[in-house]
Design a binder for this molecule. Structure first.
Ligand code: S3P
Length: 435
């Protein structure tokens, strides 16, 4: 469905409370399900991706009570040995996090399980998860490393010592969730630091994990205890408003209760390098740090972005590309080949779609070269397309705010994957008027 975006905006002003963090929401449901006792989750993200995790766990016999109006959920943990077989496939929808983490979590069950997903998810690589799980003893009927995949009943899991070939928190988490069910401690070596929500949550639920540099040692601990989790606002959702506040003339935006886990906030470092000043106040810390962010529109300059930066800002690179179109000078992004394996090939979709608005972005094998201070402008009406990718849809809606002309977004409903009310919220801040 097409959606006419707000263009040519000024004076974006207001306070925003972004919804709960997607990564932490998935993990709190999963840990709650396999623990003993009740897990209460406040501020859970009710978006399509998280609802796929919730539905899969219910399908496996986990009682989950939902009060969607208050983003409140109660999971009655059944323990790893209390899950029930299902003869229907588990539908992962568009969600890579549900697929990869649930494959690790469920790899030691005494019954077979089949995972299916939508067209985009069925193109995304899963050998990166099935390879290490096979080394631990799992057996799969797989379709060249893509969904649909069937896992055979487990005959027990051996510990693993494994060097991760990709910088991926999803792959790391899948192995960690399997490793708590193995016969001995496992050792994982990360390629570079990636988000550590699984490690934090494992400790919170009573597990044992140690980090030394890039090396993680996890002790088998199949019996965990239910917890009360309050999910912080999602930094990756807040990032769209941060960038809107920086780019739209005369803007001031206040973002409350944003998760500021350092393994997620690489964008803040990149913004600082571009010359931006973001005010951080009202800091708090309950397993995961949070704060209020205040942003004003300001001038930016070029940066270079490498693989270490990318890992800490993996979901924000489309926004970095947009920022770079408005910064002085040429920005070069390298080490971002993982973007090719997201909900779309984001190197391709970011460059193609922003170029339709007048940007000059050259895609490279592992990144982009972006020419700075290019006014975004279209003649008459221009269609842009999310290609079903939620983060591309939201980035394009932010880009449109600083574009002259009319921009229609195809497949705008993709935002429901991580932020169902995003467009309404953006329109509220703009005064709700479509230009
Ligand atoms: C996620 C990890 C990232 C990220 C995704 C969520 C997670 O993927 O892109 O949106 O919750 O672990 P990779 O770790 O595979 O890059």
């Amino acid at each position: 469905m097409g959606h006419t975006l707000l263009t040519n905006q000024r004076n974006l002003t207001g306070t925003i409370q972004v919804p709960g963090d997607k990564s932490i929401s998935h993990r709190s449901l999963m840990f709650g399900a396999i623990s003993e006792g009740k897990t209460v989750v406040d501020n859970l993200l009710f978006s399509e991706d998280c609802l796929h995790t919730l539905a899969a766990l219910r399908q496996l016999g986990v009682p989950i009570q939902v009060d969607e109006a208050h983003q409140h959920v109660e999971v009655t943990g059944v323990g790893l040995d209390g899950l029930q077989a299902t003869n229907q496939p588990l539908n992962m929808g568009n969600s890579g996090t549900s697929t990869r983490l649930l494959m690790g979590l469920l790899v030691n069950q005494p019954f077979p399980l089949t995972f299916v997903g939508d067209g985009s998810l069925s193109q995304r690589p899963l050998k990166r998860v099935t390879d290490p799980l096979q080394l631990m003893g799992a057996k799969f009927e797989e379709n060249e490393g893509h969904l649909p995949i069937t896992m055979a009943p487990s005959k027990g899991l051996s510990a693993i010592t494994y060097k991760l070939p990709v910088a991926s928190a999803q792959v790391k988490s899948a192995i960690l969730l399997a490793a708590i069910q193995a016969d001995q401690p496992s050792v994982l070596v990360e390629k570079t630091v990636t988000r550590d929500h699984t490690e934090r949550m494992l400790q919170r639920f009573g597990g044992e994990i140690k980090r030394e540099g890039l090396t993680l040692t996890v002790t088998p601990k199949p019996h965990l205890t239910g917890q009360h989790i309050t999910v912080p606002g999602d930094f990756s959702s807040a990032a769209f408003f941060l960038v809107a506040g920086l780019l739209v003339p005369d803007s001031t935006l206040v973002l409350k209760n944003v998760g500021l886990n350092q393994t997620r906030t690489g964008l803040l470092k990149l913004l600082k390098c571009m010359g931006a000043v973001i005010e951080i106040s009202e800091r708090a810390d309950d397993s995961e740090p949070t704060a209020t962010l205040t942003v004003h529109q300001q001038a930016l300059h070029r940066i270079t972005v490498d693989a270490n930066d990318v890992a800490l800002a993996i979901d924000e690179i489309p926004l970095v590309a947009l920022l770079a179109t408005q910064a002085t000078g040429q920005t070069v992004i390298t080490g971002a080949e993982e973007l090719r394996f997201k909900e779309t090939d984001r190197i391709k979709t970011v460059s193609e779609e922003l170029n339709k608005l007048g940007a000059h972005i050259a895609p490279t094998k592992d990144g982009m070269v972006i020419e700075g201070q290019t006014p975004l402008k279209v003649i008459g009406k221009q269609n842009v397309d999310s290609h079903g990718d939620h983060r591309i849809a939201m980035m394009l809606a932010v880009a449109a705010l600083i574009t002259e002309g009319q921009v229609d977004l195809q497949d705008a409903e993709a935002v429901a994957v991580s932020y169902p009310t995003f467009l309404t919220e953006l329109e509220r801040l703009c005064g709700g008027v479509i230009a």
